[in-house]
Write a protein that binds this ligand. Structure first.
Ligand SMILES: C[S@@+](CC[C@H](N)C(=O)[O-])C[C@H]1O[C@@H](n2cnc3c(N)ncnc32)[C@H](O)[C@@H]1O
Length: 236
């Protein structure tokens, strides 16, 4: 009995918090953050991004989509690996896309399409991609938007297609709760990112989770997931 308050406190610590930055604000925020985003990302997200690229394992000739492509740090690597395939990147922030276009130009890449687009309504045919990469976006979205996004991911992936998702997650090591506390105090300072858990929703909405790894960098906790589109049509 004496344990209960502590357990309840722990329980609350593990709750997925409400998204406190709306999608309209997110667009403006990332337009403004585009200039400094890479520095933050190198310090806290680079390890998880590398792992997401390993799991995506893009092969030349594949049809590849990155949703929330940001400044193109992962996208450029996929495009380099896929000169004879199709590489599509979308994001709701024109400012981030501008940086991505510059990065791709400077890397000498030509074989790609980058455009403004939302995960909630992807402008692509059904069953058109072999691989879909999505890094650090679910942690910005309201939970009630997740089913719609997963429905879109499921729709555009080919049968057996590969989904790799990275997000901020709940810390599992000492010090790793810092960023979640920072979000509670000042969500804009965290770029609107809070800890989420995605394995359950992925399984619920038509994916088979094959790999779930915890990656921590500078105390920042990330969850990296590889999932495969299942044959069973989920009920949305
Ligand atoms: C934290 S950044 C991550 C960028 C990139 N994926 C990376 O890992 O470097 C979040 C990105 O998600 C984009 N974003 C947020 N909501 C989105 C949505 N509904 N559809 C597409 N992009 C979205 C933002 O504009 C921003 O570029």
């Amino acid at each position: 009995m004496a344990q209960r308050p502590k357990q309840e406190f722990r329980q609350r610590e593990l709750e997925i918090l409400k998204a406190r930055v709306s999608q309209v604000e997110v667009t403006r925020l990332y337009d403004r953050l585009a200039g400094v985003y890479d520095l933050w990302s190198h310090l806290t997200e680079a390890k998880a991004r590398r792992r997401s690229l390993e799991l995506a394992d893009v092969q030349d000739g594949q049809q590849v989509l990155e949703v929330a492509v940001g400044t193109g740090m992962a996208f450029v690597e996929m495009v380099k690996n896929n000169p004879h395939g199709r590489n599509v990147g979308i994001d709701i922030s024109e400012g981030m896309l501008e940086k991505a276009r510059r990065r791709l130009r400077e890397a000498g890449c030509e074989h790609y399409e980058l455009s403004v687009g939302s995960a909630l309504a992807i402008q692509a045919d059904d069953h058109s991609f072999d691989v879909l990469l999505n890094n650090y976006m679910f942690d910005l979205l309201e939970e009630h938007d997740w089913p719609m996004v997963l429905k879109e991911f499921h729709r555009v992936l080919k049968p057996g297609g590969k989904l790799v998702v990275v997000s901020m997650t709940f810390g599992e090591k000492p010090g790793s709760g810092f960023y979640q506390r920072l979000y509670q105090l000042a969500p804009l300072l965290m770029g609107g990112c809070r800890a989420v858990r995605l394995s359950g929703p992925l399984a619920q909405f038509g994916f088979v989770v094959k790999v779930r790894e915890y990656v921590q960098q500078l105390f920042f906790p990330s969850g990296v997931i590889l999932a495969i589109k299942s044959d069973i049509q989920p009920m949305f």
